[in-house]
Design a protein around this ligand. Structure first.
Ligand code: DGI
Ligand code: FE
Ligand code: FE
Ligand code: FE
Length: 187
């Protein structure tokens, strides 16, 4: 699918603010893919679709998960996590993209997973540092991303987990497993 077609699909599904974020992720993902040698076209496509389910009502996300045998474990965890795998599902079944690398990067863009590919890492980090993001630590994450993708990823995971703990929110086990796995790759 070409870039303009993909963008026109997601524009329709997102608020203006979320679409602006998506453009930021796309541009950042392309830049990181070039820098670190990931597939630039796959990075662009995954970034465009990564939040396609983000603005759907929770009840619809839940329905899609229940009807399509998503893991019960995920249904019991925080709703914030649902849009990622559901987004990948829709990208495949509604929009016909069947590139497994792209679908995997979308599926795991919120939690990460233990064996992240270069493309998965590019999308995770691009989502975290895109230019419209504003939160404590984002400047540091951007600096790290210029130098070392794994260091940027580790920093993002550490910050996310710390933030969730400070707010007394549950941490999805896969998020912690991802942190442990990247820690090993960095040290
Ligand atoms: O969709 P975005 O806002 O662009 O970013 P995202 O998909 O990376 O994250 C969405 C939200 O998910 C964000 O508020 C942080 C939250 N999150 C990430 N990991 C976990 C999590 N929430 C819980 N409860 N547990 C996690 O492990
Ligand atoms: Fe997201
Ligand atoms: Fe993220
Ligand atoms: Fe996002």
């Amino acid at each position: 699918m070409d870039k303009q077609k993909a963008l026109s699909i997601v524009k329709d599904k997102l608020t203006n603010r979320r679409f602006t974020h998506t453009i930021g992720v796309m541009e950042t993902a392309v830049r990181l893919a070039e820098q670190y040698g990931a597939d630039v076209k796959k990075a662009e496509l995954a970034a465009i679709f990564h939040d396609v389910a983000k603005c759907m009502p929770i009840i619809e996300l839940k329905e899609i998960m229940e009807k399509n045998q998503f893991s019960l474990e995920l249904l019991q965890h925080n709703k914030e996590l649902w849009h990622a795998p559901v987004g990948a599902f829709l990208t495949k079944h509604e929009y016909g993209i069947d590139d497994e690398d792209v679908l995997q990067a979308i599926t795991y863009h919120t939690s990460g997973h233990e064996e992240m590919s270069l493309l998965d890492k590019v999308i995770y980090v691009a989502d975290y540092i895109e230019p419209n993001r504003q939160f404590p630590g984002v400047e540091e994450a951007r600096k790290l991303a210029d130098l070392d993708l794994n260091q940027a990823l580790l920093y993002a995971l550490k910050n996310t987990i710390t933030y969730l703990i400070e707010k007394e929110q549950s941490v999805y086990p896969l998020t912690v497993q991802t942190y442990n796995s990247i820690l090993k790759q960095v040290k």
